[in-house]
Design a protein around this ligand. Structure first.
Ligand SMILES: Nc1nc2c(c(=O)[nH]1)N[C@H]1C(S)=C(S)[C@@H](COP(=O)(O)OP(=O)(O)OC[C@H]3O[C@@H](n4cnc5c(N)ncnc54)[C@H](O)[C@@H]3O)O[C@H]1N2
Ligand code: MOO
Length: 405
C-alpha cells in the first residue's frame, strides 16, 4: 500500500539524502579517467611549459636589435644556428644574430623574442627582417600554464577532456578517482517480453525499461546490469536480496502500485527499511525506495515515462553523489506557450519542447507514452506551491541534456 500521506518531492529527496553513500576510490590510468571524478588533489610534478618556448616558426632574436626594422627599412641578422622540435641550441645569441627556431623549441640563451618567418627573408647565412618585435613577443614563458609543485586541481573535480590534458601536462599517467557504482536493474512484470518477440500475446508488453533505464544509469557515470523477476513475492525477494549483496545500488521497475502482483514494496518492507512509498509528484507518484542490506533500493513504476522521471528526480542525484559529484537541476526560464494547471502540494514535471524563447507543449502526456519523452527535450518543473501557470508566464525549465553526466 502507499503510505497514508504522500511525501513531497523535497521530503522524499531529503530522506534519500540521509542514506547517501559515497564510493571508495581506485587508481586508473589516464586513458580511463575521462568523465571520472578526482578523489585526490593534483599537484604538478613539472613546470609547463618546462622552458621559455617559441610560439612561432621563425627566428629567435634580441628584440632590441630589431627596433626600427620595417618593410622600408629592413635589418639584416646573421644566422648562427638552426633548431627543430625537441632540440635546444647550445649557442648564445649576440647582437644582430638570429637562430632559426621551430614552434615549441626552447628560446636560446640571449634571445628574448621570436620574429615570425613571414616577416623575414633568408639570403645565404643571413636573414632580413621587415618588422620589429617587442621583448617576449611570440615566447610562451616557462610555467605560464602550470607551476611545478602547485595544486592545479582539487579533489572532487570532474575530469573532462580539458582536465585530462592538464593532468597529463602535470606529469601524471594515472589518477585516483571514485569508483563507478555498479547498479543492478531488476525488471519485474509477468507480462513482459523481449523486443525480439514477433507476435505479442494478448496481454504481453515489450520490456522497454530495461533499455531506457540501463542507458540512464550509464549516462550517470555508473555501470548497469539487468535481471528479470516474475511478480511473486519470493522471486522478487530473492532477486533484491541477492542484488543488494553484490551491487552498490538496486533499481527495480514495475509492481509499485496496489494490485495483487505489486509485491516490490512489500518485499522491501519485509527485508529492509522502507523510506518512501508514494511521492507527491507527477508523473512518478508510484515511487518507492528503501534500504536493504545497507544498499539503496529504488523501486520505479513499470510505466516507462514514470520510471524515467523517477530516475531523473531521485536516482540520478544519488548516483552522482556516490561518485563525489553534486547534482542539481540546471533551471532556465522560458515563456510558457500555454496555460498549465497544476495541483497545489504536488510537483509536476511537464514534458515540453523548449526552444530559445518558449516552452512548447507536448500533447499526450500519459505515463506510458514514451513518444512524449522523445518529442520533448526538457521538463517544465512546477513547484508544489504553485497552482500552475498562465500562457505567457515565465516557467522553470530543465533540459534533458543538462542532466547527463
Ligand atoms: N488504484 C491505483 N492504481 C494505480 C495507482 C494508484 O495510485 N492507485 N497508481 C498508478 C500509477 S501513478 C502508476 S505509475 C502505476 C504503477 O504501476 P506499477 O509500478 O505497479 O507498474 P506495473 O503495473 O507493473 O506496470 C504499469 C504499466 O507499465 C508497463 N510496464 C511494466 N514494466 C515495463 C517495462 N519493463 N517496460 C515497458 N513497460 C513496462 C506494464 O506492462 C503496464 O502497462 O500504477 C497506477 N495504478
Ligand atoms: O507513478 Mo504514475 O506516473 O504517476 O502514472
Amino acid at each position: 500500500m502507499f503510505l497514508s500521506k504522500l511525501d513531497s518531492l523535497k521530503e522524499a529527496s531529503s530522506k534519500i539524502e540521509q542514506h547517501q553513500k559515497i564510493m571508495s576510490s581506485e587508481v586508473v590510468s589516464l586513458g580511463e579517467a575521462h568523465k571520472r571524478v578526482l578523489a585526490e588533489g593534483i599537484k604538478s610534478f613539472h613546470d609547463s611549459p618546462p622552458f621559455d618556448k617559441s610560439a612561432m616558426d621563425g627566428f629567435a632574436v634580441r628584440a632590441e636589435d630589431t627596433f626600427g626594422a620595417s618593410k622600408s627599412a629592413p635589418k639584416t641578422f646573421k644566422i648562427v644556428d638552426s633548431i627543430g622540435a625537441g632540440v635546444a641550441s647550445n649557442k648564445t645569441i649576440g647582437p644582430n644574430e638570429a637562430i632559426v627556431i621551430a614552434t615549441g623549441s626552447p628560446i636560446p640563451e640571449g634571445a628574448n623574442a621570436v620574429i615570425m618567418k613571414e616577416y623575414t627573408e633568408t639570403v645565404g647565412d643571413e636573414v632580413i627582417l621587415s618588422s620589429q618585435v617587442t621583448p617576449g613577443e611570440n615566447v610562451s614563458p616557462k610555467a605560464e600554464d602550470i607551476k611545478k609543485g602547485s595544486v592545479i586541481l582539487s579533489p572532487k573535480t570532474f575530469i573532462r577532456y580539458q582536465e585530462l590534458g592538464l593532468i597529463a601536462s602535470a606529469g601524471y599517467s594515472e589518477v585516483e578517482v571514485y569508483k563507478k557504482p555498479r547498479v543492478k536493474i531488476i525488471i519485474t512484470g509477468n507480462e513482459l517480453v523481449d523486443p525480439t518477440k514477433e507476435e505479442l500475446g494478448p496481454a504481453q508488453i515489450i520490456n522497454s525499461n530495461q533499455y531506457s533505464i540501463s542507458a540512464m544509469v550509464h549516462d550517470s557515470g555508473a555501470v548497469a546490469e539487468v535481471g528479470r523477476a516474475h511478480d511473486t513475492f519470493d522471486e522478487v525477494k530473492e532477486a533484491i536480496l541477492k542484488a543488494t549483496e553484490e551491487y552498490d545500488v538496486v533499481i527495480t521497475t514495475g509492481g509499485t502500485a496496489i494490485s495483487k502482483g505489486d509485491v516490490v514494496l512489500d518485499v522491501i518492507d519485509e527485508i529492509g527499511d522502507m523510506l518512501l512509498h508514494g511521492v507527491s509528484i507527477r508523473p512518478g507518484k508510484a515511487f518507492g525506495c528503501g534500504v536493504v542490506n545497507d544498499t539503496m533500493v529504488f523501486a520505479f513504476s513499470g510505466q516507462p515515462v514514470a520510471a524515467m522521471g523517477q530516475f531523473d528526480m531521485f536516482a540520478r542525484r544519488y548516483l552522482f553523489r556516490m561518485q563525489g559529484r553534486d547534482f542539481e537541476f540546471d533551471i532556465v526560464k522560458k515563456e510558457s506557450e500555454l496555460k498549465i494547471p497544476s495541483q497545489l502540494g504536488r510537483t509536476d514535471f511537464i514534458r515540453t519542447y523548449s526552444d530559445e524563447s518558449h516552452a512548447r507543449h507536448i500533447l499526450n502526456r500519459g505515463s506510458g507514452v514514451i513518444r512524449s519523452m522523445v518529442d520533448a527535450n526538457s521538463y517544465i518543473i512546477i513547484d508544489e506551491n504553485d497552482e500552475g501557470y498562465q500562457k505567457g508566464d515565465m516557467v522553470d525549465v530543465v533540459f534533458f541534456d543538462s542532466m547527463i553526466w
